[in-house]
Design a binder for this molecule. Structure first.
Ligand SMILES: [Zn+2]
Length: 411
């Protein structure tokens, strides 16, 4: 193993930034993404790394690209470095730079959709592997760099189905790394779990009639009762967050009224009103069965005939354990301590592809090495500082060898 010279490092930094910008310029933006340019780009990267690449599909036109660096003990469970190729739409008028031009401003920040979420991480994995290989490092465990489609629309035609295929099983994943989030402070955030998503449409039927009367059993009264209950609960959760300064939004249950439908005109009491509630439930601290019973109880109290249609009702997935039972966590912690980076553990507030991996009982950690950076995922003017981006590659150079050399517990 040899360390890199200053000249080599400079060349590698330039290459990394060029690759990052090239990837950002591919408009793999929803809806109806053409993933072919991403696949071509990644194939080219695999060639330049001298690594094999495979393309899997759970649905035509939705490729899953896996670049593999085989370890010296290829039978050991592997490390999966996952990132998604797709990005969310842009409102171009609100951007000060073209969102797919990857401009660099005077502060050395790169502007583009995907700089934070999460083309940066995909390239950082690739460039870390490039550097390790160039230094002649060999690792025990195989590393799979997976680039998946459709994460931003729930991963249904991507990771959600892929984890149930023989192809995924054959990857023999022992640990997955996936996206985290930028951190405005010095600390880096590590996510070991996420909340599950429930999207409910609550149908409230009632007596229709003239808007001038005071009829019994109207849809509006039922909606009013339910909203009172949901918003009382919401206030309690808000208070919990206030009372526990170390908590984040991932530690509480959130409910929000997001849609209200029904009615034909102002002087007619409608036969039905429907409210949509976006609800996110933490992984361990909430008894999800009890929560469902509570909602059902509120519906009963609100009046007759109310029924719930679940647009989404995800199961509660246990968080990845961060204790002595998880050798990958111990390795991750050891490596980050050695790098001198401070980790803050959190529950991811939204949903990522990690949940599908965790649901199989495979540990997964959400980590995007971007500290001192405003959180701009899905926002206008998404950007990342070049220095932060390059530092992230160094961080992976420190972490990956330790992870990929974790001893097998069964010997
Ligand atoms: Zn993302």
């Amino acid at each position: 193993m040899s360390s890199l010279t200053e000249t080599q490092k400079k060349e590698l930094d330039t290459l990394a930034v060029n690759n990052f910008r090239e990837y950002l310029k591919i408009p793999s933006v929803h809806p109806n993404i053409n993933y072919e340019p991403c696949v071509e780009f990644l194939k080219k990267q695999a060639t330049s790394l001298g690594l094999p690449v495979k393309i899997y599909h759970v649905k035509p036109t939705k490729p899953i690209v896996v670049i593999t660096w085989i370890g010296t003990q290829p039978n050991l469970p592997t490390i999966m470095l996952n990132s998604h190729m797709d990005v969310v739409p842009v409102f171009e008028d609100n951007w000060t730079h073209k969102p797919f031009a990857a401009d660099i401003d005077e502060q050395n920040n790169i502007y583009a959709r995907g700089t934070q979420d999460m083309k940066s991480v995909g390239i950082q994995y690739l460039e870390a592997v490039r550097r390790l290989k160039q230094q002649g490092v060999t690792l025990k465990r195989t590393i799979h760099l997976s680039f998946v489609p459709e994460e931003e629309v729930g991963g249904v035609d991507g990771m959600q189905q892929f984890v149930h295929t023989k192809d995924f099983q054959n990857l023999n994943v022992g640990l997955a790394l996936d996206e985290g989030m930028a951190s405005p402070s010095e600390e880096f955030i590590l996510f070991n779990g996420e909340r599950c998503i429930w999207h409910l449409h609550i149908h409230c039927p009632g007596n229709p009639g003239h808007g001038s009367l005071l009829l019994e059993n109207t849809a509006g009264e039922k909606v009013a009762y339910l909203l009172k209950k949901f918003y009382e609960f919401r206030n309690q959760e808000k208070q919990k967050l206030k009372d526990n300064p170390s908590w984040t939004i991932g530690d509480v249950t959130t409910v929000n009224l997001t849609q209200a439908r029904g009615g034909v005109q102002t002087n007619v009491i409608p036969p039905e009103l429907t409210i949509a509630i976006d609800c996110r439930i933490p992984p361990e601290s909430v008894d999800i069965k009890k929560w469902e019973e509570t909602i059902n109880q509120w519906c009963k109290e609100a009046g007759s005939g109310i029924w719930i249609e679940y647009e989404q009702k995800q199961p509660q997935v246990p968080s990845t354990k961060l204790d002595n039972s998880n050798p990958y966590w111990l390795a991750f912690k050891e490596a980050s301590d050695k790098l001198g980076i401070k980790l803050k553990i959190q529950i991811f507030p939204g949903g990522t592809d990690s949940r599908y991996v965790r649901a199989l009982g495979i540990p997964a950690l959400g980590f995007s090495p971007m500290n001192n950076t405003p959180v701009l995922l899905h926002d206008h003017d998404e950007y990342l500082g070049i220095n932060t981006f390059l530092k992230g590659i160094e961080i992976y150079c420190g972490i990956l060898p330790v992870l990929a050399n974790v001893e097998n517990r069964t010997g």
